[in-house]
Design a protein. Sequence first.
Length: 292
Amino acid sequence: MGDTLGLMTVTSFPDTEIMVRIDEDVRGRDIFIVQPTCPPVNENLVELLVIMDAFKRASPSRMTVVLPYYGYARQDRKDVGRVPITAKLVANLLTSAGADRILALDLHAAQIQGFFDIPVDHLHAGPVLNEYVRSLNLAPSDYVLLSPDEGSIKKTLTYQKKLGGSIAIVDKRRSSATETNQANLIGASLEGKTVFIFDDMISTAGSVVGAANVAKRNGAKEIYVLATHGVLCGNAIERLRDAPIKEIVVTDSIPLPPEKQLPKIRVQSVAALLAEGIRRIHHDESVSKLFS
Ligand code: R5P
């Protein structure tokens, strides 16, 4: 936006409690707090809540929380008994801490918007990731868009609307939070094709690496992975390094520290997209028009 960041001091007490002080007058101002609740998730989430509380007590006219990455989004339903719906709990916490609006980027499930009783604007990194695919100058007949599981089919179809190409799906079975099994392929043949695997996030990389292995076994020529959020935890970096993947494209929705960098990981910026979302909210303009 070409604007300077507001002034704030974030420190912690010796017992690790977070302490925040806003170092400028914000009375009557339109506030945008940008914080991805990425690892360390609990630290970043509590820090965000404490920052919000400091703002709430300083009388701004409106407070929008900009979440480039929404941590806990995958705990969005009770799939077995006696488990929490933490994505909803986080929505409650943000609302109680004083958020008037949320601006989010590629939520794990679009329905998470319904966990909030305040307006949520949902941005998609699609235009940024599509730009990378187009920069390779391939004919759509030469590539296949591969969904790494059945949950990502809709997202992959959205990419296909813009990029063309045909679609295939990997049959993924999750055995634990870190292990997945992928064996079968449904849909277009990958023989001799360039394959683009799209996902909302790479966490332990089990999903995309499993999908890449299936693609390789099915004759793919080159394999690319494109995901909005590079969470890259556990042994994701080792898995990605050893996988038959030519390039991995993630966005800067989550900062990529030096120890998580690989020559084949490329970071595309969503700063302009978020800035335009913020500008439109501030001027009461349509955010959805950004994608039409
Ligand atoms: C699954 O529902 C998501 O879209 C991602 O595929 C998954 O959460 C990524 O996790 P991991 O990298 O640990 O397989």
